[in-house]
Write a protein that binds this ligand. Structure first.
Ligand SMILES: Nc1ncnc2c1ncn2[C@@H]1O[C@H](COP(=O)(O)OP(=O)(O)O)[C@@H](O)[C@H]1O
Ligand SMILES: [Mg+2]
Length: 465
């Protein structure tokens, strides 16, 4: 489930929750309204009783029970039920067609003898209010019973509220369909815009951003377009600066190489003559050592700059080669024979990459292990981990303390400057390794503890593009 789907579902849940809340409030208000209505009826019942009493008196006086029945039927569909009983408490007229109460039901505790008694009672879980009044229009006594049941009130109220409820339901349906319509209308241009933005985020800055006709997204699309253009300009400017920098470094390095070559030729000449006296020997050795240092420094700077140029370039010079064979030849031909190197080929790997550069990276790690670790044993392990070719160079020597590890791959960073310089180190070896692995979309990591040796791990994706 993507973020947008999650958003839609949560919005829908919120909306459903709101509708439910509305329905609950609606029904609670109906109940509240009912109670208020019943309370009102409770107060109005005696007034109503007086009016009825006045209206039925002539019928009772004339004993015209037919007309009395007719009169009562007018109230058939109202919430007030009217019943009239004779002096023996037998029913003689009712507003109900088939009234089951043929004798005055005193179980409801509506005291028939009291002059004017009203009371609330609960029947079948419904509240019922009523009163019984003894009336005596002529010589004979009659009982007039008026009742209002909550059930009837509810029925009438619900009937009235039926239309309101239907209207609200239609309104909710209208709101939901409007929201769905708006979402649908937004979805297509939004998807198109999202696709373009994802492409830009993945570095395809030339992606065409289609400006949707929808006003809501138009401004956003124009802004994204501007942003992509500015980003492209900045990147081009940076690339240009990087090119200037590399050109400058390469020019300077080549310029420095010319005098170094001259110095080296002079040293060789001096060596051939073989007549350096003891006094000059020390000076001569300093010149030889420093010249070598200078030479390797210029070579390292040059190769670092070349890798950086290749990193920013679009086309990489990658070919498929046998990784195990390459590392075997490095181990056999570049490392002194007094150090034991165990080459462990866990997997045979055909890697797509720059063979020369991979060779430089592995050599740098091996030379470091030989130079610095003072370990007599070095393991080189080639394996395949997930979709990565993994090359481990593991020594069991002096190790590196934790505080140095985060900076080890920085340019010119050396743990022990004096020792490194004495060994001919420039501090660029590991920076070169890092750049080479990055050029191959890979990683370099180190695990080390002081006195326990170091393990440098290169990982390069098998399917390099
Ligand atoms: N296998 C190792 N054992 C101990 N120290 C190491 C090892 N590899 C590198 N180092 C330390 O890391 C520093 C940086 O290495 P590197 O970038 O190759 O520079 P350098 O030109 O000095 O060899 C070295 O100066 C050394 O102190
Ligand atoms: Mg080194």
């Amino acid at each position: 489930m993507n973020k947008r789907e999650k958003f839609l579902i949560s919005s829908l849940l919120w909306f459903t929750g709101l509708v439910l809340l509305f329905v609950i409030i609606y029904f609670l208000s109906i109940v509240k309204f009912n109670n208020a209505y019943m309370e009102e009826e409770y107060h109005e019942l005696p007034i109503f009783q007086k009016q009825i009493e006045y209206a039925i008196s002539p019928y009772l006086e004339n004993k015209d029970f037919k007309s009395l029945e007719k009169y009562c039927r007018i109230f058939e569909n109202t919430d007030v039920k009217i019943k009239i009983f004779d002096k023996d408490k037998k029913l003689i007229a009712s507003s109900l067609t088939n009234d089951k109460e043929s004798v005055l039901d005193e179980s409801q505790d509506l005291n028939a003898d009291s002059q004017n008694k009203r009371k609330f009672d609960i029947i079948d879980r419904h509240k019922i209010i009523g009163l019984v009044k003894k009336v005596q229009p002529g010589n004979e006594a009659y009982y007039l019973k008026l009742t209002v049941s909550e059930e009837d009130v509810m029925k009438i109220l619900l009937q009235a509220q039926h239309y309101l409820f239907l209207f609200i339901l239609l309104f909710i349906l209208f709101v939901i369909s409007s929201i769905i319509y708006i979402i649908q209308k937004l979805r297509i241009p939004f998807n198109v815009l999202q696709e373009s933005v994802i492409k830009i985020a993945n570095g395809e800055l030339d992606t065409e951003i289609k400006v949707p006709k929808l006003e809501l997204l138009e401004e956003l699309a124009v802004c994204i377009k501007k942003m992509a253009q500015r980003l492209k300009n900045q990147i081009n400017r940076l690339k240009q600066l990087e090119e200037y920098k590399s050109d400058f470094i390469q020019n300077v390095s080549h310029e420095i190489k010319t005098p170094i070559t001259a110095i080296n030729s002079a040293i060789e000449l001096l060596e051939l003559k073989n007549n350096i006296n003891e006094q000059d020997k020390e000076c001569y050795e300093i010149i030889v050592h420093q010249s070598k240092m200078l030479n390797s420094l210029v070579n390292d700077i040059l190769s670092l700059s070349e890798i950086e140029v290749e990193k920013t370039g679009e086309h990489k010079n990658f070919k498929r080669f046998a990784l195990n064979e390459l590392i075997e030849s490095i181990v056999n031909y570049t490392i002194p024979s007094d150090i034991k190197i165990n080459l462990i080929n866990k997997h045979i790997i055909n890697l797509l990459g720059d063979k020369e550069l991979i060779s430089t990276a592995v050599s740098n790690l091996l030379i470091n292990a030989v130079k610095y670790s003072k370990s007599e044993n070095i393991d080189v392990i080639i394996s395949c981990v997930e979709n990565f070719a993994q090359i481990e160079v593991k020594d069991y020597g002096i190790g590196i303390s934790q505080e140095h590890l985060p900076f080890l791959f920085d340019r010119f960073y050396r743990v022990d400057k004096a020792r490194s310089r004495k060994n001919g180190g420039t501090g660029l070896g590991l920076a070169i390794v890092k750049n080479i692995t990055e050029l191959h979309n890979g990683t370099i990591a180190v695990k080390s503890n002081l006195g326990e040796g170091s393990n440098f791990i290169i990982r390069i994706p098998m399917e390099n593009i």
